[in-house]
Design a protein around this ligand. Structure first.
Ligand SMILES: C[S@@+](CC[C@H](N)C(=O)[O-])C[C@H]1O[C@@H](n2cnc3c(N)ncnc32)[C@H](O)[C@@H]1O
Ligand code: SF4
Length: 424
């Protein structure tokens, strides 16, 4: 137990411990496999990455290019569609549990390219594959990039959820970070378009922990949420793992900012457990798209299409080309985005990856841990469970491990107790 306590206290100081795993990709070097990741399972989620943006927000950690030549964009969509067709052709009986289009800013595609992509999704994916019961397709947008015509296409092609990035309403911060700020009037107009065109759920992303972000900023974000009242709100703690900017907030300060947002969202009528990043006005959904829910909580395998997208099967993980900021033209030359950057992982690493992914929702399932390990995880991680329960950092209900309010301040250290190669 002393070892655990020591290891845990050291981990608490490590800023790299959040929900990213592996901590460093070189940790997986020995598991590298020369070939494509195989999927023997039929239950899958799909993700499509559209890497184009109006400008590059300085705080953003995703792979993106400033929108430029429409012809390159067209080539991008053509390759994407080919990759998806090839995958579907070589996999039988796919049952789709989730489908997200993200980015980047998918809505920034030209009308024609956007329509081509969404019509393809509707006719070749949603109409042909088996669709699971709780399936709910979702697409990411910004308030600037969306138009009423595109909302009509979104609805017609089977999407009922749109997730908008707001981040903060501090205009100066946004301008300094190369991002515009939508007016409230614009936001309400977009809401009206959504509601008159069949969009059932609007989610808004807010960020906290941003450099220089004050309590007043957070109050202003909450005031905007109160006015707009989206069905769902997602909170993102600023991550700097792959950014040159360094965050300047302590874990305690981050905790306080989260706590403030949490209390106020609950006051506004949103449901969500302390520690969860997603909130919903409905008691029955977790504020997540079915892609995120099934990928994160239920450990359903996922296949990513497009530059930099990640895939995970029962046996490992792979990354598409483009993760390392390669020029767009270079990525297009290949005529496919699927790569051979594949890692076939032992059960300990697959378990760690699951814990990190599910930890995003502040919880993980003992049943899924048992399945991955092929033995009792309560026994395998006996010391870890004893320590975390004794410290009241976790509680367990119906085989689900929940990170408590007390534990949330050091959630990265909690997750890391389940990572391999630690002499505990
Ligand atoms: C894929 S991004 C794109 C969404 C959309 N393009 C936009 O800008 O609103 C999805 C969300 O990730 C979050 N995000 C971006 N950079 C982040 C970072 N460095 N740390 C944590 N969250 C981040 C933002 O809240 C953003 O809305
Ligand atoms: S936050 Fe959104 S708009 Fe800004 S660079 Fe990232 S993906 Fe693009």
């Amino acid at each position: 137990m002393q070892n655990i306590e020591h290891f845990f206290n050291e981990s608490k100081k490590n800023d790299k411990l959040n929900t990213s795993y592996p901590i460093d990709k070189s940790d997986w070097k020995k598991y590298k496999y020369e070939g494509e990741l195989k999927f023997d399972e039929s239950k899958l989620c799909f993700y499509i990455h559209i890497p184009f943006c109006q400008s590059k927000c300085k705080f953003c950690e995703y792979v993106k290019y400033v929108k430029g030549d429409e012809d390159l964009e067209k080539q991008y969509i053509e390759i994407l569609i080919k990759d998806i067709q090839n995958f579907i052709k070589s996999h039988r009986n796919i049952e789709l549990f989730g489908f997200d289009i993200g980015g980047g800013t998918p809505l920034i595609l030209s009308d024609e390219n956007f329509k081509t992509l969404l019509e393809f999704v509707k006719t070749e994916i949603f109409s042909k594959l088996k669709i699971a019961k709780d399936f709910e397709a979702s697409i990411e947008a910004t308030f600037f990039s969306i138009t009423e015509d595109k909302i009509k296409i979104i609805n017609r092609c089977g999407f009922k959820r749109i997730s908008f990035g707001l981040q903060t309403v501090n205009r100066k911060f946004l301008k300094d970070n190369h991002r515009g700020s939508p007016s409230l009037q614009r936001m309400m107009q977009v809401k009206h378009w959504c509601k008159t065109n069949g969009i059932e759920k609007i989610n808004i992303d807010l960020m906290y922990g941003l450099n220089g972000q004050s309590k007043q900023d957070l109050k202003n974000s909450i005031a905007t949420i109160e006015y707009f009242m989206p069905e769902q709100v997602t909170l993102y703690e600023f991550r700097t793992n792959i950014l040159k900017v360094k965050e300047n907030k302590t874990k305690r300060q981050l905790f306080k900012q989260y706590e403030f947002l949490y209390k106020n969202l609950i006051k506004l009528g949103y449901c969500g457990r302390f520690g969860q990043n997603t909130f919903s006005l409905s008691k029955t959904d977790l504020g997540l798209s079915s892609y995120i829910k099934n990928r994160m909580i239920n450990n359903i395998s996922y296949k990513g299409f497009g530059i930099s997208a990640q895939s995970k099967s029962r046996e490992g993980v792979s990354y598409n080309i483009g993760k390392e900021e390669i020029p767009l033209e270079k990525c297009l030359e290949n005529k496919t985005f699927s790569s051979e950057d594949t890692y076939i992982l032992p059960k300990e690493e697959r378990l760690a990856k699951y814990i990190a992914i599910s930890g995003y929702c502040g919880q993980f399932s003992i049943k899924i841990m048992d399945e991955i390990l092929g033995e009792s995880s309560r026994e395998y991680f006996k010391k870890q469970f004893e320590f975390l329960l004794k410290k009241k950092y976790i509680e367990i209900f119906d085989d689900i491990v929940f990170i408590t309010k007390r534990g949330f301040v050091c959630y990265g250290a909690i997750l890391s107790l389940f990572y391999p190669n630690k002499k505990i």
